[in-house]
Design a protein. Structure first.
Length: 120
């Protein structure tokens, strides 16, 4: 991968990280703002359902932040854009579509086929 591509992805990943951290902070604020006491069981169920949904979003944000940090680390150590499965270069179009990816399209396709066969 050319150096200009590496710099492009470094900047993109840093922007993604800033945005993910903002979203994360927003989610935490939403949760702390919604400490409601509800006398009605239906209202309480709605509040609990909303809280569970917010926690799922927060978990997804946490996982994305971890993936972004991992990709930035691979840029730093020079392994970004190299498939962790086969060692081939991951194409720039694939990286543009999924900047945090660790697998080339062929290895990812095979992984998904294997998951379907196992029923994951």
């Amino acid at each position: 991968m050319e150096q200009k591509d590496v710099e492009y992805f470094r900047e993109l990943l840093n922007e993604m990280l800033v945005e993910a951290l903002k979203q994360s902070d927003s989610t935490i604020e939403d949760m702390t703002d919604s400490n409601e006491l509800c006398a009605d069981p239906a209202d309480r169920a709605t509040v609990e359902s909303d809280r569970a949904f917010t926690l799922r979003i927060r978990d997804r944000e946490r996982k994305l932040i971890k993936k972004i940090n991992g990709a930035i680390g691979r840029i730093e150590d020079g392994s970004y854009g190299i498939c962790e499965e086969c060692g081939d270069e991951i194409g720039v179009p694939r990286l543009k579509a999924r900047p945090v990816t660790k697998l080339c399209i062929n290895c990812k396709s095979k992984q998904e086929e294997d998951e379907q066969l196992r029923g994951d």
